[in-house]
Ligand binder design. Sequence first.
Ligand code: 5SP
Ligand code: CO
Length: 218
Amino acid sequence: MVKIAPSILSADFAKLGEEIKDVETGGADYIHVDAMDGHYVPNITIGPLVVEAIKPITSLPLDVHLMIENPDNYIPAFAKAGADIITVHQEASKHLHRSIQLIKANGVKAGVVINPATPVELLYPILPEVDLVLLMSVNPGFGGQSFINSTIQRIEQIATFRKEHHLDFEIEVDGGINTKTAKQCVDAGADVLVAGSAVFNHANRREAINEIKDAVKG
Ligand SMILES: O=C(CO)[C@@H](O)[C@H](O)COP(=O)(O)O
Ligand SMILES: [Co+2]
């Protein structure tokens, strides 16, 4: 069964707690938290203080996607704040293996993420060490963008590597997920779909999540 990770980037921040409860009761599996620093990406969003504030609101895992420069400087703070999964960009970490080890040393599941223009092969050396691979299907920085179709072949490539090397990390896809792209991603091998605007721009979040889950089955 596919997991849905609503991205709170598209939630109403004036009532963030209610928004998170709404998607939790609506059937979400993770809460996706997009942390942006205005340097690595051209937008500024959420820091450890917000993660700490939402931690008691939900029993779902907090899936923290770091879009920040020098991620090692902030991994301990996000872990302490309550992140359950921390994902670092291959492009933003100066020493990727060290970043992954640092996440694990802080007692958190470790993920690696790559942008649409980064060759998937660059991840191969780190794949035996990670719990999750996040493939960006838009350029990071904003919600509400269109899905980049070449992502499908990239999911297949990572899924093939996972099978051939008997690994068990989850494959997550982030950006432009809707009922159509969701099915394509899952057919290619994705386990977790981040959905920001598709869930939070829908008046009924349960319906939005069910529509994606049903589309994947159909
Ligand atoms: O990391 C990011 C954007 O950088 C995402 O998590 C988006 O927030 C997903 O939003 P939608 O494309 O689903 O609206
Ligand atoms: Co994200």
